[in-house]
Design a protein around this ligand. Structure first.
Ligand code: HDD
Length: 680
C-alpha cells in the first residue's frame, strides 16, 4: 500500500474499470464490429431501427446528465485521511476520536455556492468545504464552509436566499455573482445577513487555493461522551499553509484566463505529491454556560470569538489522492449533515434542523432514488444491514425471507444495539415551551458581530471590503435598493456607509453604527502563517540568460518547495552560452501574470524581440499592480527598468548577494501592500 491507500480506496477498487487495451463491446458484452457507421438499407439509404448498438449508444448518451446541485454545483474533490493526534475520549464517544494514531479515510468536496457547474472558480463567493469521514461506526459528514457564519438564521428562509443570490430569473444574469439587485434587495430586507455579508465582501470570499482556506462546521453541534455528558461544540479546520486570498482584480483576471484555477491547483499539487494538510479542532462550551455569552450559541449568524473560546485541535486532515473519475466520485458523492456517529449530536439551531431534512431530499432527485447510498463513493466502509428494500437501481441482493422488524423467523435480526454496544441514542435534551412560529429575541442583534468583524480587519483588509461593497452595490440598478443597503450598513460602520453612499450615488445615511469596540485578531488574515511552499513563480526567460545564475536561483526555489513554470516566447528549450538548458513549459500567451504568486524576470532575446519585450513588460506591470514579489536577474534589469514597477519592498535584484534567500522570503510574504499603484 502506498501512502494514499486506505480502506475506502480498497473498497472502490472492484468498481474501477480500465478500458485500455480491451475490445469494444455493448453493455451486454457483445463485441462490436463497426463503431463508425450505423446500419442502413444501402450505403446512402435510411438507418434501420434494428441497429441495437446505435440505439444503446445514443440512448446512454442522451441520459448522461443528472441535475446539478441546486447550490454548490461547481465543486472538486479528493481523497485522503484523518489522523487523530489527541484523544477526545473525555468529551465524545465517537470511535474515530478515541485512540491517537487512528486513521480514518476521508473524501472532501470543495465548492462555490451560487455558480452553475461550469462557472469560474475564483468568483466572490462562499466556498463549501464538505468532509465525509468513513468511520468504523458509519459515515460522519461535516458539511461546512470556509466562512464561520451564515446568511440566515432559520432554514425556512434558505429557498428565498438562494433565489435571491442565483442569476435573476427573467434574464438569467449574472452568473456566479452576488453583484446584482435581487441579492442586495434580500440583504437589505433580511438584516440577519449583515455579519455574513461582511465576510462575503472580505478577502475570505476569494481564496488563493482550496489548500489555503479555513473550514468551519458553522453550526453548534454536540459532543457526547460515554457517560452521556454533552458539550456544545463548533468544528474548525485550519490549513497548515495558512489562509490566503487573491485580490479582486487578480481573481477577475484568473476567472478569464483559467476558470479551473482552484481545481487545477488542488489536482496538480496532489499529482505532484505535495502535502495538503489541515488541523481539525473544536471550540467547546459547557452545557451550563449556554447563556453566558452576549450572543445566542444556537444562532448560525454568530461566531464564538476564539479569544473567548479557544480551539482545541485534535487531528490532522491530509488530502493525497485525486479521484479516478469526477462524475462517479465528485458528482455522485452525497453529503448530509444528518450523517453522524455516536458521540456527535445536533442542537436546536433552526438552520441546522432544516438542513437535516434538505440534504436527503435533494439526493433523491439528484441521484434518482433512495439507493444512492449504494453508489461506491457513498458506501460506508463498515458493514450495514437493515430492512430497507428495492427502489430504482438497487445493487444489493438481500437474501432470505425476512425484511421486517421485529421478527422471529430470523431470530429478530438485524437487531438493534444499545448505546454501550455502539447504537446511536439521541441526546436526551430536555425541551419545553409552546409550539410557535417565531424568532427568539436572543437572535435579534444583527450588527454587533458584523462590527466585531470590521474592527478585526487590518487597514488593507478594510480597504478591500470597502471596494467590494462599491463594486457589488454599484452593480445594483435599483436606486432604492442601493439606498437601503447604505442605510443598513451604517449600523456596522458609519464611514464605510458614507463612502459607499457617495460611490453609489445615494443620500448620505443618517443612522449610527453600533457601539462595539471589541475586535478578534484571529479573524484577520494578516495574522495567518506564511510559507513559500507550493507557491508558484513564473520565470520569464529568453535566449542569452546567465546559466549559472538562473540554475542556482531555480534550485533554491525548488528546494523550498516553490513551484516553478518556465515562461518563454515559444515552447521547447533554450540554451545559454555555457550550454545550460531550460525547458519552457508555458509561453507568454498561454499564461498570465495573474496566475503566478511571483515572477522571476530573467529577460533575454527572442525571435520577435518587440513582442517578447512588450509581453514581459505587461507581466511585470500586472504582478507589480497585484503587489506580488518580483525577482530580477542581472539579465532582466533592462526590461524591468522599462516597466512601471519601481524598486522597493518585494522587488529583489539578482545582483544582491543574498538574493535567493530574500526572494524565497518575499515569495512567502506574498503581497507588498505599500506600493504606489492604483488602489484595489
Ligand atoms: Fe447546504 C449543499 C454547506 C445551509 C441545503 N451545503 C451544500 C454543500 C455544502 C453546504 C458544503 C455542498 C456539499 C457537496 O459538496 O456536495 N449549507 C452549507 C452550510 C450551511 C448550509 C455550511 C449553513 C451553515 N444548505 C443549508 C440550508 C439548506 C441547505 C439551510 C436547506 C434548508 N445544501 C443544501 C442542499 C445541498 C446543499 C440543497 C445542495 C446539494 C446537496 O445539498 O447535496 O440540500
Amino acid at each position: 500500500m502506498n501512502g494514499s491507500e486506505n480502506e475506502k480506496i480498497e473498497q472502490l477498487q472492484p468498481y474501477i474499470v480500465d478500458d485500455t487495451g480491451t475490445k469494444l463491446t455493448t453493455n451486454q458484452g457483445l463485441k462490436i464490429a463497426d463503431d463508425e457507421n450505423s446500419l442502413k438499407a444501402g450505403v446512402r439509404g435510411p438507418t434501420l431501427l434494428e441497429d441495437f448498438h446505435l440505439r444503446e449508444k445514443i440512448t446512454h448518451f442522451d441520459h448522461e446528465r443528472i441535475p446539478e446541485r441546486v447550490v454548490h454545483a461547481r465543486g472538486y474533490a479528493a481523497h485522503g485521511e484523518f489522523e487523530l493526534y489527541h484523544s477526545m475520549k473525555e468529551f465524545t464517544k465517537a470511535g474515530f476520536l478515541q485512540e491517537p494514531g487512528t486513521k480514518t479515510p476521508i473524501f472532501i468536496r470543495f465548492s462555490t455556492v451560487a455558480g452553475s457547474k461550469g462557472s469560474a472558480e475564483t468568483v466572490r463567493d462562499v466556498r463549501g468545504f464538505a468532509i465525509k469521514f468513513y468511520t468504523q461506526e458509519g459515515n460522519f459528514d461535516l458539511v461546512g464552509n470556509n466562512i464561520p457564519v451564515f446568511f440566515i438564521q432559520d432554514a425556512i428562509k434558505f429557498p428565498d436566499f438562494v433565489h435571491a443570490v442565483k442569476p435573476e430569473p427573467h434574464n438569467e444574469m449574472p452568473q456566479a455573482s452576488s453583484a446584482h439587485d435581487t441579492l442586495w434587495d434580500f440583504v437589505a430586507n433580511n438584516q440577519e445577513t449583515a455579519h455574513m455579508i461582511m465576510w462575503l465582501m472580505s478577502d475570505r470570499a476569494i481564496p488563493r487555493s482550496f489548500r489555503m482556506m479555513d473550514g468551519f462546521g458553522v453550526h453548534t453541534f454536540r459532543f457526547v461522551n460515554e457517560e452521556g455528558i454533552a458539550k456544545f461544540i463548533k468544528f474548525h479546520y485550519k490549513p497548515r499553509l495558512g489562509a490566503h486570498s487573491l485580490i479582486w482584480d487578480e481573481a477577475q483576471m484568473i476567472a478569464g484566463h483559467d476558470p479551473d484555477f482552484h481545481r487545477r491547483d488542488l489536482w496538480e499539487n496532489i499529482e505532484h505529491g505535495n502535502i495538503v494538510e489541515y488541523d481539525l479542532g473544536v471550540q467547546m462550551i459547557d452545557e451550563k454556560d449556554e447563556f453566558m455569552f452576549d450572543f445566542d450559541i444556537l444562532d448560525a449568524t454568530k461566531l464564538w470569538p476564539e479569544e473567548q473560546v479557544p480551539i482545541r485541535f485534535f487531528g490532522k486532515i491530509t488530502l493525497n489522492r485525486n479521484v479516478d473519475n469526477v462524475f462517479a466520485e465528485t458528482e455522485q458523492v452525497a453529503f448530509h449533515p444528518g450523517n453522524v456517529v455516536p458521540g456527535i449530536d445536533f442542537t436546536n439551531d433552526p438552520l441546522l434542523q432544516g438542513r437535516l431534512f434538505s440534504y436527503l431530499d435533494t439526493q433523491l432527485l439528484r441521484l434518482g432514488g433512495p439507493n444512492f447510498t449504494e453508489i461506491p463513493i457513498n458506501r460506508p466502509v463498515c458493514p450495514f444491514h437493515n430492512n430497507q428494500r428495492d427502489g430504482f437501481s438497487r445493487q444489493r441482493i438481500n437474501k432470505g425471507q425476512v425484511s421486517y422488524h421485529k421478527n422471529s423467523l430470523a431470530n429478530n435480526t438485524p437487531s438493534t444495539s444499545t448505546w454501550k454496544e455502539g447504537g446511536y441514542v439521541h441526546y436526551a435534551e430536555k425541551v419545553e415551551g409552546r409550539v410557535i412560529q417565531a424568532r427568539s429575541e436572543s437572535f435579534k442583534d444583527h450588527f454587533s458581530q458584523a462590527r466585531l468583524f470590521w474592527n478585526s480587519m487590518s487597514p488593507v483588509e478594510k480597504r478591500h471590503i470597502r471596494n467590494a461593497f462599491k463594486f457589488e452595490v454599484g452593480k445594483v440598478k435599483s436606486e432604492s435598493v442601493r439606498q437601503q443597503v447604505v442605510d443598513m450598513f451604517v449600523n456596522v460602520d458609519k464611514a464605510l456607509a458614507k463612502e459607499l453612499a457617495y460611490a453609489v450615488g445615494v443620500k448620505q445615511p443618517t443612522g449610527e453604527q453600533v457601539d462595539v469596540s471589541a475586535s478578534s485578531p484571529a479573524l484577520s488574515l494578516e495574522n495567518t502563517p506564511k510559507y513559500p511552499y507550493t507557491l508558484k513563480v513564473g520565470v520569464l526567460i529568453g535566449e542569452g540568460f546567465s546559466g549559472k545564475e538562473v540554475k542556482d536561483v531555480v534550485k533554491s526555489l525548488l528546494k523550498e518547495g516553490v513551484s516553478v513554470d518556465i515562461v518563454g516566447q515559444h515552447l521547447g528549450s533554450l540554451k545559454d552560452s555555457d550550454g545550460v538548458k531550460v525547458v519552457v513549459n508555458q509561453t507568454l500567451v498561454t499564461t498570465n501574470a495573474a496566475l503566478f504568486d511571483s515572477l522571476y524576470i530573467v529577460g533575454g532575446k527572442a525571435g520577435n524581440q518587440k513582442q517578447f519585450d512588450s509581453n514581459m513588460i505587461e507581466f511585470i506591470n500586472t504582478a507589480y499592480q497585484q503587489y506580488k514579489p518580483i525577482g530580477v536577474a542581472s539579465t532582466g534589469m533592462d526590461i524591468f527598468s522599462r516597466s512601471d514597477a519601481k524598486p522597493g519592498a518585494g522587488i529583489l535584484f539578482g545582483t544582491n548577494p543574498n538574493f535567493s534567500e530574500d526572494f524565497v522570503k518575499a515569495i512567502a510574504q506574498q503581497r507588498f501592500w505599500d506600493r504606489d499603484v492604483y488602489v484595489t
